[in-house]
Design a protein. Structure first.
Length: 470
């Protein structure tokens, strides 16, 4: 037999039997998975409910600001109704602004701009700073937009927000620069230029009044340039406006849900029942997934663990004869054992322990006749070895000797020694033996140890009568 090319064959019934014997651990794994998944869902629901309550309180506090006295005397339903009304008004005004504002209608990737540079010139730095401040106040709050707003059919505030200033508008940490970079935004360059001309016209008219208060000075106005540009800041601003509008709508939905719960307490109970049902569903799903994962992990562990799973499996792998399969008396036989034995069709495994040892002795005698090379030759000394404890080997030898004596067979000498690779004394016992019986234990004996024993015995030409599986 070539043990190097031996392939391991595992019957599915044997594998499932070994897996189902671990049913307690698999159930515990499923319960842990159910607890984890159900707890995760419960925490998510609790956090969402807490977040809903906090956001609702924030909306109430924001909407009741300045109007608490008017709503405190009313009922809860009236309070919710008034808050919803305020949110509706905010939503309406925001929607109106987004629909009517010129700035909100500009494409940030194709923004029309009209630009001009204005410089205030004086010999005194302090006077330059004062004049720059004066022009700043005028450009931010002194422009009269009424006439232009009427001509362009829009509101004054929608025109004022189109004007912006460059970084030069801020004073430097050293001497004032006196430089103002003025920018007008619009959807097209012609309207941007029109607004810029109105700004410069009113600025020219204001120079005399500013000179009377701040002193003589020179204002140099550059040429107006116009073109189309990309404006990332405008894109950010528009995103914030849309986000604010969406938050108002979400606040309204939350308040309406709170109002429904306040009006109908059973709705809250229904929500609680729905939450509990969701937690139960997640827990059941976790239990099923945990069971499946536990079974898969057990199967992978058994296959990759390289341990003997059944007598038929390892005997067929190494091409050996099975003399007997001895049950573990410490483990109570369960219906699962009888079912697997029935599926395997192995009636010998259904016998009691004493009967199995008698069958083992009879099989040893039969195999001994097959191995004798001379008619007068007999197998008198047999070595029991394997990847099991020495106590188990001695117990097996005692029971074989007892069964042999009861069967009135010729007395044999039974030697015991652990596997050849770990016990040097076993080598000497093997030399004194006429044959060897391998004793291995399911889910304990290693394939590598068994393979080493088989290879050494074959190389020394020591006959192997067969195997006993515990």
């Amino acid at each position: 037999m070539n043990t190097e090319t031996a392939e391991r064959e595992i019957k599915m019934s044997t594998l499932m039997y070994r897996v189902l014997r671990r049913w307690r651990g698999i159930v515990v794994f499923g319960l842990l998975a159910a607890l984890a998944l159900g707890g995760y869902k419960g925490l998510r629901l609790r956090n969402s409910q807490e977040g809903l309550g906090q956001e609702t309180d924030a909306v109430i506090a924001q909407s009741e600001d300045g109007t608490a006295q008017g709503s405190s005397g009313g009922s809860g339903t009236e309070t919710y109704r008034s808050l919803l009304k305020k949110l509706e008004n905010r939503q309406k005004s925001t929607r109106e602004y987004l629909d009517s504002s010129i700035l909100a209608s500009i494409d940030p990737g194709h923004e029309a701009q009209a630009n001009v540079s204005i410089r205030v010139l004086t010999e005194d730095p302090d006077q330059t700073a004062a004049l720059q401040k004066a022009y700043e106040n005028f450009l931010t709050s002194g422009i009269d937009w009424s006439g232009l707003a009427a001509d362009m059919e829009t509101k004054e505030e929608y025109l004022s927000e189109l004007v912006s200033f460059g970084d030069e508008w801020k004073e430097s940490q050293g001497m004032p620069t006196g430089l103002i970079s003025l920018t007008v935004k619009h959807k097209n360059t012609s309207d941007a230029k029109t607004i810029m001309k109105e700004l410069l016209r009113q600025l020219e008219n204001q120079k005399t009044e500013i000179a009377q208060t701040a002193g003589d000075h020179t204002v140099s106005i550059g040429a107006v340039s116009a073109g189309y540009f990309s404006d990332p800041q405008l894109e950010i601003w528009m995103s914030e406006q849309l986000k604010g509008y969406a938050e108002i709508a979400a606040d309204m939905d939350r308040l309406e849900a709170e109002q429904d719960t306040f009006k109908n307490p059973s709705a809250g109970k229904t929500g609680t029942m729905a939450s509990a049902s969701a937690v139960v569903k997640y827990a059941l799903a976790g239990f099923v997934l945990g069971i499946v994962a536990g079974i898969l992990l057990c199967m992978i562990g058994l296959v990759c663990g390289r341990r003997i799973l059944s007598a038929r499996e390892w005997n067929s792998t190494f091409g050996l004869r099975s003399l007997a399969v001895i049950p573990d008396k410490k483990r109570r036989r369960e219906p699962l054992d009888r079912l697997v034995e029935k599926l395997d069709g192995d009636k010998k495994n259904q016998a009691e322990e004493e009967t199995r040892y008698h069958l083992a002795v009879e099989n040893i005698h039969r195999c001994g006749r097959m191995l004798r090379t001379e008619p007068e030759g007999q197998i008198k000394t047999i070595l029991l070895t394997g990847d099991v404890s020495l106590e188990e080997l001695k117990e097996t030898a005692e029971k074989l000797a007892r069964a042999e004596k009861q069967g009135q067979e010729a007395g044999r000498t039974w030697l015991c020694g652990q596997n050849l690779s770990s016990d040097p004394d076993t080598l000497a016992k093997a030399d004194r033996s006429d044959a060897v019986i391998l004793v291995e234990k399911t889910e304990h004996s290693r394939y590598s140890a068994v393979q080493e024993d088989v290879e050494q015995l074959l190389s020394w030409r020591i006959p192997i009568l067969g195997t006993i599986t515990l």
